[in-house]
Design a protein around this ligand. Structure first.
Ligand SMILES: *Cc1c(COP(=O)(O)O)cnc(C)c1O
Length: 490
């Protein structure tokens, strides 16, 4: 897919007052809304007057320890960042053209509303590993979500912002003994297991834990399968429960995970059926289970389908849900669309002679662009999360306007390190006029990106500019302000 998205909105560089009072203001807002309606990245976004105003005014910090939370549409901040880079370059800043993210925290709020609307009975426990961004964690904490943590580090990150340990599930079935002991010490009692050794370990390190048995689910319809590493086969569950009884451990529920990035949500049906079977095994072993954890795997585009399958399956297999708390561990659902990345073209390799280019036609060697984030940084999602990313032109020749008549050229896009595996797009099409110094943007960069970025070869991890825009912006901000006013997350 070649996805050169051409943005032709006047950039709001005028001051707050003169801009909002200008006669063209309403028209600009309408045009921006029309634009945003067409952007594949943000179908639920609508711009308000505030979005346009905020870009040039300084903000009051909600959390003194964090970068400011700006107003304004993400595209405005992407352009602001590009313009800032230009002035940094003029001042010989040693890293003037650094790549950067823009995060729209209101998008996380919108996803939460979507979740609550379609799955009102299921309490989300956000999977921290997907993106432990400080604003994302604070907003979800403020909105009352729980958290799925997998390590001491994630647990303390969540506790540090003032979340009650009862709102954490330690959902890693294979934990270090010292981590289990520490979880008990800090008050995190709910944890998963899928093998007998883990039960012996927990009996020694945290005998009062509330255990959730993680069972195998069909993960063949997901881009990241987990069964090869985690999950107890149903026929092993009775012996695991017998072992737990013998060790005097309290097993309180069942969890599964259909795999991350699930592209066929009908698998939830089978998984809930298996969970029901495990509930029956619990009763046979003398336990009365009270937690059903339906895991993660929710894809933004398939969420409505997943919610339908889950709701139906719960109706079928758990018609009487009294005394059962149903939770889930969504990760990418909350964040994938909330982050965009702006990268600078730092180098280009192209045939020297234009004449040679034209003669050779198709056989011409492709143009190679080198950008300043790659698979060792934010684009590790290409290697670890099997993602395919699509660049669009953010700025070209010093302009945010790219003529639609601009001819396209086949090319490849590479990261900045000296490793040849560092390829962002093996083949794509971009305007032939694209040169060193121009900027490429990437949408949907919120899930499994910066959290796994390294500094290999001496390249820094890209920083984030935060904003709130569109529907839910005011609600997200006031939730965060209330959270901060209560003394949390400062
Ligand atoms: C990674 C993970 C998740 C999150 O998965 P998503 O596909 O991002 O929703 C949830 N639970 C567990 C145990 C995980 O390992």
């Amino acid at each position: 897919m070649s996805s050169v998205e051409v943005i032709s909105i006047p950039f709001p560089v005028v001051s707050r007052r003169s801009f909002s009072e200008s006669t063209s203001y309403r028209r600009q807002e309408e045009r921006l809304n029309a634009l945003v309606a067409n952007l594949s990245c943000s179908p639920t976004l609508r711009l308000t007057a505030n979005d346009l105003r905020g870009a040039t005014i300084s903000e009051e910090d909600i959390f003194p320890s964090l970068p400011p939370l700006l107003h304004g549409h993400p595209d405005v901040h992407l352009r602001n960042g590009v313009m800032k880079a230009n002035s940094s370059a003029a001042k010989h800043d040693p890293d003037a053209e650094r790549a950067f993210f823009v995060a729209d925290i209101a998008q996380v709020y919108r996803q939460h509303i979507r979740w609550q609307t379609l799955l009102p009975e299921i309490q989300p426990f956000y999977a921290v590993k997907c993106n432990p961004d400080p604003y994302v964690l604070r907003l979800l904490a403020a909105l009352g979500a729980g958290f799925d943590c997998a390590s001491n580090g994630e647990i303390s990150q969540v506790l540090d912002i003032g979340v009650d340990p009862a709102r954490i599930i330690y959902a890693n079935p294979c934990k270090a003994t010292s981590f289990v002991r520490n979880a008990g010490k800090v008050g995190v009692h709910t944890m998963t297991f899928d093998n007998a050794d883990e039960l012996h370990k927990i009996a020694r390190a945290h005998p009062g834990a509330k255990l959730v048995v993680r069972i195998l689910a069909d993960d063949s319809k997901s881009i990241c399968a987990f069964n090869i590493k985690f999950g107890a086969a149903l026929d092993t569950v009775p012996s695991l429960l017998a072992k737990a009884k013998e060790l005097n451990l309290d097993v309180v529920g069942v969890s599964f995970h259909v795999g991350s990035g699930c592209y066929d949500p009908s698998v939830y049906t089978d998984a809930v059926m298996r969970a029901k079977r495990a509930f029956e095994m619990g009763a046979e072993a003398g336990y009365q289970f009270s937690i059903l954890d339906v895991g993660g795997g929710f894809e933004d585009a398939l969420f409505e389908q997943a919610a339908t399958y889950l709701t139906e399956a719960l109706g079928t297999h758990f018609p009487d849900r009294r005394g059962i708390k149903i939770i889930a561990e969504p990760g990418r659902f909350y964040v994938s669309k909330a982050f965009s990345l702006a990268t600078n073209i730092i180098a280009r390799r192209a045939p020297l002679a234009e004449a040679f280019d034209k003669k050779d036609g198709e056989a011409r060697p492709p143009v190679m662009y080198y950008i300043n984030d790659g698979v060792y940084g934010a684009f590790n999602c290409i290697l670890f999360d099997h993602q395919v990313v699509h660049p669009y032109v953010l700025s070209m020749g010093g302009s945010f306007h790219v003529a639609s008549s601009e001819p396209l050229t086949k090319c490849s896009v590479w990261g900045p390190t000296c490793d040849s595996i560092d390829c962002v797009c093996p083949t794509t099409e971009l305007p032939s006029g694209l040169r060193v110094g121009d900027w490429l943007g990437f949408n949907n960069m919120g899930a499994y990106t910066s959290c796994a970025a390294s500094q290999f070869n001496g390249f820094d991890v890209s920083k984030v500019v935060y904003t709130t825009a569109g529907y839910g912006a005011a609600e997200a901000r006031s939730a965060l302000e209330k959270f901060a006013a209560e003394g949390h997350g400062l």
